[in-house]
Design a protein around this ligand. Sequence first.
Ligand code: NIG
Ligand code: FE
Length: 415
Amino acid sequence: MPTLFVGISELVQPHADEGNSKEPIDVITDAALLVDGGTVLAAGERVAVEKNPRAVHASVIDFDGRAVVPGLVDSHTHVVFAGERIDEFSRRARGETYEEIARAGGGILRSIEPLRVASVDDLVLQSLPRLKKMLAHGTTTVEVKSGYGMAPELELKQLRAAKALAAMTPASIFGTALAHVVPPGCTNRRQYINEFCHQVIAQAARQKLASYCDVFVEDIAFSLAETRIFANAAREHGLGLKLHVDQLTDHGGAALAAELGALSADHLEMTREPGRMLLAKAHVVATILPGCALFLGKDPWPNGRALRDSGCEVAVATDCNPGSSMLVDLCSCAAMAATRCGLSLEEALWATTRGGAKALGLNDRGRLVQGERADFVVVDHHDWRALFYNLGDGPVHGTYIAGTASSLKSPSTCP
Ligand code: NIG
Ligand code: FE
């Protein structure tokens, strides 16, 4: 039986394509939402939705004057990891930089050992609370990267944990095989890259553990030429391409993402105008991760405004990870995208809904229109902007996934 949600003060409807539009969303007042079988049957003005013949016998839920926005899509996370790196946060607060810590053997490499000794169940137990908090903040779709294993079996273990989490939560979880950095002591980079292509990318695709492949393109990680090798493997095995580019240096990462037709280019703190123009022309979603600049205490912030003005579609994600962005709350990232990266609140909403969906190549979510997923957030306020305004404490009355108020199974049911 369909469900008719009424008493919606404002229903936020992101446009399918943002393009260069200054107003990427519509806000419909006195709205209603009709849902059946996890998908939207109708959404819009209450009087119009109530005329839908399927609304007649629907059960009715009244949101009592609250606003509704589409479920948030966190298109870039490393949320499945083991251990912590609190000491590095402390070292940075005393003046060391992320690169200095990485070159001294810290950083990403420090996350290998805790991952190595953890079982899939351990990883699930450690990651589940983070995922629960994401949902509580309104996130309904989460991309999860590997990248802390640096050995094929460990990379696949991380992706298996993501898959196990997917079975425990109503949220949609999509895995990504991330070529992060070469393992410590690696003397033959080409051999490691081949191994990653054959034993991680190929296997993750075959075992349906990943939908995407990502590469950290950076001086301290992989070169442009090396990234092309991973990209070829990803294409061969049917994985979508996403790239970490221009986080610490601008050595042409954005241009490469454009050349390779990546779904998204992520970070972009250092990207300059030529790179932005190429991303726009190639329709690569520019994904900014404001939590990173905040957490690393590092300028510059990604320039969301310049990316938009260059014609890019912009997504915002948490980059949740133990080293550069220990943050689960996508609403706070949207708020920072507004206060520090130059987006309007409307653009930030687009960037965390439809923008996130586009960064994952998903066409069934990020809006609330007929035939698409009924993933939505009921804001505990009549004004949807309260979600971003109450920094760190966005008032979420309920997170609905496929039309149902979300809840997570307990870890004991872990497969
Ligand atoms: O997206 N930049 C590379 N990878 C992560 C950081 C991972 C870590 O430091 O553990 C990022 O910021
Ligand atoms: Fe990242």
